[in-house]
Write a protein that binds this ligand. Structure first.
Ligand code: HEC
Ligand code: HEC
Length: 360
């Protein structure tokens, strides 16, 4: 009898403990999901859409995306980003924060089984894979998997497709995705996107193995270089002028013509903040624009509009005249968009030459 009572008590106690434990873990999970949602809204939604429907970034809330990607892949992608493809690397998010973002992304479609992949390498024939790639995939993912022009789904600019194919030769994609995962994605395709299944593209499993081997081979070649210029030079360019402020401004107006820039306007640095008589004649802002560049760059990446037209600050410090300006090349590198690179390199060269000419 006594023994029975004790047994009941023990059972009761362990049940209560279990219930307590369960409600605690549910509470923790709920808290995590919630903070994951907040983090997603703050860090990701601007590009991937509030509910992951896509934007500058690809849609994430797709059955075939969630059912073919592992948590490891999501984790690595958030950490490493996609150098040169706008998707930033989130170095500053903690492990717990990344986990709760993933948990939130998974909460969109709770019925989807999250796949795990073995890390077994696929050893196909890279050369045959390249042939398949060039004839079947390059049309959208472009040569060597550099990705389509532009990214994601919606943008008020002319585009080649409604959903732009991602950069699958990108070193960060290849580092995040295992061979088996890439294979599974190609076999499955993605419903409601231009990405068809292997079968619909007329490919046999062997072709897919060869393509995966080819993609893997890209990781070791020029893809590495894409990482390098994600950090370009100094943020600010400073020139010392051998002329007076007025002369320097006149020189800049003249030099701008020879470098395809148009002088826009100049003003004292504190113009609008103080009475006209109190404006300092020792500090000027001067604006320049190259409209061809502006129009071209806006089509590629509208965010460039935040920084254009370029401006230089001219200040007199004791007897020295300094011309300071944000380095256009550096600005462009912040956008993490390789498509801007060629235009930016050209612009930076011109810009530097113009400033040099007007200060020497
Ligand atoms: C008609 C255009 C098109 C073709 C052809 C095409 N893809 Fe895709 N592919 C896409 C798009 C668009 C996506 C992005 C889908 C999404 O957002 O979920 C994609 C996604 C992928 C992904 C997932 C990458 C990621 O970051 O999620 C892989 C891997 C891939 N494609 C490989 C291939 C391979 C290999 C071939 C050739 C055998 C191929 N694709 C052919 C358009 C295409
Ligand atoms: C500034 C825009 C931007 C932000 C912010 C951003 N992304 Fe992305 N993301 C992109 C773009 C663009 C791509 C596609 C890259 C390509 O086209 O090659 C991408 C791709 C991805 C992919 C791979 C998708 C696939 O099909 O394999 C994942 C996963 C992802 N982002 C998650 C996130 C998460 C989570 C956050 C927030 C922590 C985030 N992104 C923030 C722009 C962004």
């Amino acid at each position: 009898m006594l023994q029975n009572k004790r047994r009941y008590f023990l059972q009761f106690a362990s049940l209560t403990l279990a219930a307590l434990f369960l409600s605690l873990t549910i509470a923790i999970a709920a808290a995590d999901t919630q903070s994951g949602e907040v983090l997603f809204q703050n860090q990701c939604a601007v590009c991937h859409g509030n509910e992951g429907a896509g934007g500058v970034g690809v849609p994430l809330n797709l059955h075939d995306f969630l059912s073919t990607t592992s948590n490891r892949y999501l984790h690595q992608t958030i950490k490493m980003g996609r150098p040169g493809r706008i998707m930033p690397a989130f170095h500053t998010l903690s492990e717990t924060q990344i986990q709760s973002i993933i948990q939130y992304i998974r909460s969109w479609r709770p019925a989807v089984v999250i796949p795990e992949y073995s890390l077994d390498l696929i050893r196909g024939d890279a050369e045959k894979g390249q042939a398949v790639y060039d004839s079947t995939c390059a049309n959208c993912h472009r040569e060597k998997g550099i990705g389509g022009k532009g990214t994601g789904v919606t943008f008020s600019r002319p585009r080649d497709a409604e959903l732009i194919a991602p950069a699958i030769g990108n070193p960060a994609f290849l580092a995040a995705a295992s061979d088996q995962m890439i294979k599974h994605i190609i076999m499955t395709g993605r419903e409601s996107t231009p990405m068809d299944s292997a079968m619909a593209m007329g490919l046999k499993e062997e072709d897919v193995d060869n393509v995966v081997t080819y993609l893997r081979s890209l990781a070791e070649t020029d893809a590495q270089q894409q990482i390098k210029h994600s950090h370009r030079d100094d943020a600010v360019l400073v020139f010392e002028s051998s002329y007076s402020i007025e002369e320097t401004i006149e020189n800049m107006k003249r030099a701008s013509l020879g470098h395809n820039f148009r002088y826009v306007r100049e003003q004292t640095l504190n113009h609008g903040f103080v009475e006209k008589e109190q404006e300092s004649k020792d500090e000027y802002l001067i604006y320049f624009c190259n409209f061809n560049f502006l129009n071209r760059a806006l089509l590629v990446d509208p965010r460039i509009g935040m920084f254009l037209p370029f401006r230089a600050t001219i200040v007199k410090k004791e007897d020295t005249i300094l011309v300071m300006t944000v380095n256009p090349d550096y600005l462009c590198s912040l956008f993490n968009n390789d498509e801007l690179k060629q235009d930016c390199d050209y612009m930076s060269e011109r810009y530097e030459a113009m400033l040099e000419e007007s200060t020497f």
